[in-house]
Design a protein around this ligand. Structure first.
Ligand SMILES: *Cc1c(COP(=O)(O)O)cnc(C)c1O
Length: 239
């Protein structure tokens, strides 16, 4: 273990400890076990040497938004034992580049995209790719994600594709909501997650509920998130 941390490394590690403590406290306050919640470090725009500081400190999952950026950085990351998720909107023409390079794609929101991931996975790696279905929980015209009303139908259709495995749901709530509105939205996500889990559909395992970012991860944990995606609270604001 390195002893002489720089000021930036020290700040990153302080942020990480604070976030971990807050997640633990939120879990404790609602009777959840803290190992039910994974802390994902969202690494978009962050250079590899800073990402490696949190990986050395035991972060086990990273999320990247852009295919190109991830492919450029990945060889410089200390990725042994670390899960890599793509969390940004994915265009079908980028699917071939990313399949096999990440452990999970969290941003599936159409049959077309799911089919492409499935076909490319079987062809390129011979194995299915884990995916989450991204839900447009605020029904915002500007956002990606499937509408709530069409969610079950989408899952029912894509679960038959043998090159993907549906592992849960992901959501980004509307930006302008108040704390109580956010909790209501997270709670609605949790209900959708449970409803779908209780349908026991073949080839669907509802194990991950990916919600909560820097400004609202505590509310998300209180409402049942199993994975928070944290960028700026960990690495500082993005320029
Ligand atoms: C950037 C991003 C995050 C992290 O955002 P912060 O507010 O910086 O924590 C989480 N999820 C997705 C999909 C993102 O694009």
């Amino acid at each position: 273990m390195k002893e002489n941390w720089s000021a930036d490394e020290r700040a990153l590690l302080d942020n990480l400890s604070r976030i971990r403590e807050e997640i633990e406290a939120a879990c404790a306050s609602c009777g959840r076990k803290s190992d039910e919640v994974t802390l994902m470090a969202v690494t978009k725009t962050v250079p590899p040497e800073r990402i490696n500081v949190v990986l050395r400190a035991g972060v086990t999952c990273i999320g990247e938004n852009r295919v190109q950026e991830y492919l450029q950085k990945k060889d410089d990351l200390l990725l042994f034992g670390v899960r890599r998720h793509l969390i940004g909107h994915l265009q079908t023409n980028k699917v071939r580049q990313i399949v096999g390079q990440v452990d999970r794609i969290e941003s599936v929101d159409s049959v077309h995209l799911a089919k492409k991931i499935s076909d490319v996975s079987l062809e390129k790696t011979g194995k299915p790719t884990e995916v989450l279905v991204e839900v447009n929980i605020g029904n915002e015209a500007s956002k990606s994600g499937i509408e709530v009303a069409k969610l079950t139908e989408l899952i029912d259709e894509i679960r038959t594709f043998s090159g993907i495995r549906v592992r849960g749901l992901m959501a980004i709530p509307p930006i302008l909501s108040s704390e109580s509105e956010k909790r209501a939205i997270f709670s609605q996500m949790r209900k959708l997650f449970i409803d779908i889990r209780d349908k026991n559909m073949d080839n669907v395992s509802m194990e991950s509920l990916s919600m909560g970012m820097s400004s609202d991860y505590i509310q998300a944990v209180l409402e049942g998130s199993t994975q928070v995606r944290i960028g700026s609270a960990l690495f500082g604001s993005r320029s």
